[in-house]
Design a protein around this ligand. Structure first.
Ligand SMILES: Cc1ncc(COP(=O)(O)O)c(C=O)c1O
Length: 381
């Protein structure tokens, strides 16, 4: 705990406005570097023996973990290599570069194999695992210690899950102090590995994970992590990308908190499952490093659903398919008009993945957005 607090802040856990005594937000979005990752990275790296420091460090991450490792390496005076997927770009990658780390691009399949086949064991540098090393897990677990100290009456904790380091660390720490508390993992529908892990009691990998929540998109639960999560979590909840966007919007407008998509996932799960969860509930707002364009989009009021005669409740398969076909046509027309459709193509791919996963509300939401973006601009007079 003390080691982690050399660099990490003890983050606040205020109540959600209007839900006093029922819902608390643990704000790792206000953590140094904008996410919880500094806790685990520092706990691991500051304990490296001299021989391992001399080799420099390496990791895999185009996001918050990469930034935390690059920052810690700079502070400790270590050489740092961060492996990112080929073509990775955006504010998070730029922030890693700005810390002086060397970025090495690798095809995504190779990065997946680096995890599943532990290829990093043959790398010359000391590998700082994003989620599976005991020191990383213990570092993330300090969030659980703080929660248990600050909110001893808490009964339920919701934690976003990528590789599982954050959730296992928090679950171990919280339950050591509050044995009756339940801890649930939260995942995005397009990258949901945990439901299968719980069903099969084994490791699992999603072939082509798709979600706006980049922090929890990895789609891999390694065997050792499956064991740890099965032992320490009480279950898992799955949310759609549309629910995550709505959660980001409510956090911003009602609680004045900026969360990145992965950081809003646990709050989205509370929104959807509130009735089933024993209060008081703490949701982990795990990070706030959001692309400004995405944040701006989520702050727009959600488009009112197109009224469909006789339709009620969530959209069905055929209505979603219709809307996706329309979105595809609109995208083709926009391309023929000369519009840059790179982002649209990505959104179409996400919509298809959501559709295939049976997540029709997300597919519908994405299709609606594509239609909106691809409308022919009204000619100004
Ligand atoms: C903001 C955010 N939330 C949650 C996670 C998931 O953490 P873990 O991979 O330890 O499950 C990550 C991982 O990068 C993250 O960046």
């Amino acid at each position: 705990m003390e080691r982690v607090h050399e660099v990490a802040f003890r983050t606040p856990a205020p109540t959600f406005p209007g839900k006093e005594d029922e819902l608390f937000l643990k704000l790792e979005s206000l953590q140094r570097l904008g996410a919880f990752k500094i806790r685990g990275a520092w706990n691991r790296m500051s304990q490296l023996p001299e021989e391992e420091r001399r080799r420099g460090v390496a990791t895999i991450s185009s996001g918050n973990h990469g930034l935390a490792v690059a920052w810690s390496a700079r502070r400790l005076g270590l050489r740092c290599v961060v492996h990112v997927p080929t073509g990775a770009a955006g504010p998070k990658v730029e922030a890693i570069r700005a810390q002086g780390a060397e970025l090495m691009e690798m095809p995504r399949e190779d990065l997946v194999r680096a995890h599943t086949d532990e290829l990093w064991r043959s790398w010359p540098q000391t590998f700082i695992h994003p989620f599976a090393h005991p020191h990383v897990i213990a570092g993330q677990g300090t969030i659980g210690w703080e929660l248990a100290e600050d909110l001893p009456g808490i009964r339920t904790v919701l934690v976003p899950v990528g590789g599982g380091g954050l959730s296992s660390g928090i679950a171990i720490a919280v339950k050591a102090r509050i044995p009756e508390a339940k801890v649930f993992g939260v995942q995005a529908a397009g990258a949901a590995t945990l439901p299968i892990v719980f069903q099969t009691k084994a490791a699992y990998r999603v072939e082509d994970p798709q979600t706006i929540a980049d922090g929890i998109r990895i789609g891999i639960i390694l065997p050792a992590m499956a064991e740890l999560l099965l032992r320490n979590l009480d279950g898992c909840l799955v949310v759609s990308d549309a629910e995550i966007e709505e959660a980001m919007r409510r956090l911003a407008l009602e609680a004045k908190i900026i969360a990145e998509p992965a950081g809003a996932a646990a709050f989205a799960a509370w929104m959807g499952h509130r009735q089933e969860l024993e209060p008081p509930v703490a949701v982990i707002v795990s990070g706030g490093n959001v692309d400004p364009a995405l944040l701006a989009r989520t702050l727009q009021p959600a488009a009112p659903p197109v009224p469909r005669p006789g339709a009620a409740g969530p959209p069905g398969r055929s209505a979603t398919l219709d809307r996706m076909t329309r979105a595809l046509e609109m995208a083709k027309q926009a391309r023929d008009r000369g519009m840059d459709v790179k982002e649209t193509r990505k959104a179409l791919k996400q919509a298809r993945a959501a559709f295939e996963a049976g997540d029709y509300p997300t597919a519908m939401h994405l299709a609606d957005r594509i239609i909106e973006q691809c409308r022919e601009p009204t000619k100004s007079r």
